[in-house]
Design a protein around this ligand. Structure first.
Ligand SMILES: O=C(O)CCC(=O)C(=O)O
Ligand SMILES: [Fe+2]
Length: 249
């Protein structure tokens, strides 16, 4: 019997899911270790293991995480000093399960990762089959994003909002940690090198649609983001207001 060979697309998807399954297994193994052992891979400043503290301005959440650079040498050295000049980041978040069923609460009180937009260009997110991710619509309504362990979610970041001069808006999102099953999500954050300039692409600017943002380097934007709280709208610092256009013209 001749067995038809799988289409390249299918093979790629199967391979990708195999990699994802391994990642999930490794992640769960890591997070199941005793705290003291995990802390040897921390603190997450700039890369490594972190627990509850998100960033350096007092943001906390019901999660632990591994923040890594997408660079195998750096990942293998994560427990030692790691340079932060590489642009792209990779994060595995682990939201421990609530202990008892009576703890379960469908309201977003138990915040795993507080409301924010991602500063980078694009985030590729994947989670296990446990719900938790929510996005904020324009009218302020929070809607859950049903988990799909076989898919990847794309999140527009602040830098892409600037590059498209506001045509694509960075989405405010958060993760609630209400489930009796642990949730694990993996994010790849795509960003340019620190010295890259970010400003609206020429194609996105016209006399009718003037530039909404002052040019800045990714390094400057990161510095601004680190000086603010997670939920602050950091793009406001770089916004050009309608009156600025009138003064300039
Ligand atoms: O864990 C999640 O689903 C979202 C986490 C998140 O938004 C982030 O790490 O930037
Ligand atoms: Fe995020």
């Amino acid at each position: 019997m001749v067995v038809p060979s799988p289409t390249p697309m299918r093979t790629k998807k199967t391979r990708a899911l195999g990699v994802v399954a391994r990642l999930e297994e490794e992640g769960l193994d890591f997070f199941a270790k005793p705290a003291a052992e995990k802390e040897r891979a921390g603190p997450a400043t700039p890369f490594g293991y972190g627990c509850k503290n998100i960033g350096c301005n007092g943001d906390v959440g019901e999660l632990e995480f591994l923040l890594l650079q997408t660079n195998p040498a750096s990942i293998s050295e994560r427990s030692r000093t790691i340079s932060s000049s590489d642009p792209a980041k990779f994060r595995v978040n682990h939201y421990p399960a609530v202990k008892e069923v009576k703890d379960w609460d469908p309201s977003p009180k138990r915040i795993g990762f507080g409301e924010h937009s991602d500063p980078q260009i694009l985030t590729i997110l994947r989670s296990n089959d446990v719900a938790g991710l929510q996005i904020c619509l324009r009218d302020g309504l929070w809607v859950p994003v049903p988990p799909d362990p076989t898919g990847f979610f794309l999140i527009v970041g602040d830098a892409l909002q600037v590059l498209t001069n506001g045509r694509l808006a960075s989405v405010r999102h958060r993760a609630v940690a209400n489930s009796t099953k642990a949730r694990m999500s993996t994010m790849y954050f795509g960003a340019p090198p620190l010295n890259a300039w970010i400003s609206p692409l020429p194609e996105m600017v016209s006399p009718q649609n003037p530039s909404q943002y002052k040019p800045f380097t990714w390094g400057e934007f990161k510095k601004a983001a680190y000086s603010l709280r997670l939920g602050d709208t950091r793009l406001d610092l770089f916004k050009i207001h309608a009156t600025d256009h009138k003064i300039g013209s």
